[in-house]
Design a protein around this ligand. Sequence first.
Ligand code: NAP
Length: 246
Amino acid sequence: MNNKVALITGSSSGIGRTTALTFARNGFGVIINHLNDREQAEQVLKEVQNAGSQGLVIQADVSKSDEAKHMMDVAVEEFGHIDVLVNNAGITRDQLMVRLSDEDWLQVINTNLNGAFYCSRAAVKYMMKKRYGRIINISSVVGISGNAGQTNYAAAKSGLLGLTFSIAHEYGRRGINANAVAPGYIQSNMTAKLSPEQTEKIKSGIAVGRLGTSDDIAGVIAFLASPAADYINGQVIRVDGGLSGL
Ligand code: NAP
């Protein structure tokens, strides 16, 4: 995997951070994207460099088309190409639908779905030139089954699946594969918002009896970016420890 370059959106923390470090350990150049937390992003950069890889931090709001495009342009200016794009940046604004504001609906759709579209469109232009690319979209089990209190999030995560399948059809012949990973409940800032009671209830519905770790997800993302997965295209892989009820 030497000389390959991966850009991971939202890699200042959680699943994105662990994915960035996994790619670095696998010999990829790594572009770390973040929105607010510059300090954490710089810390991830140090860890990428300590793993012996080249890294670059790019602050960009993926929900803004021009910022997403600018990020890809800068990445290609610095590294020459992008081989792997992981659309991982995501937020939640949970609320029952009747109380969900237009703003919270739009913010989640803009970040979790539109952001992946803006980044993929910008990256594919460069990937086509090399006739090689791997796009990995981080969806959610909620995007497959829906979830009460998450109409905005579930709609965005389902939309990501349609985006994934369609990219796979549109660019498969040009050497670009697109796949999605649908994590279950993973320990991160996002799930830290759950109460201990909610966490216990969720755990009781997971066959392996624990929440996932960011390593559980990063390993699957790294596999999808590896030559071992060259013939996997337009798929969604659930990584949820055997979750029932969702
Ligand atoms: P997290 O720890 O909250 O990290 C979210 C990351 O996204 C941060 O790096 C954040 O950057 C970045 N981000 C947010 N808005 C952004 C924007 N507009 N532009 C660029 N970056 C932005 O979340 P996580 O739990 O690791 O989740 C990562 C992905 O996995 C998300 O797509 C999430 O929906 C999905 N997922 C998570 C779980 C779970 O249980 N944790 C389950 C299923 C799916 P800053 O901090 O710098 O602002």
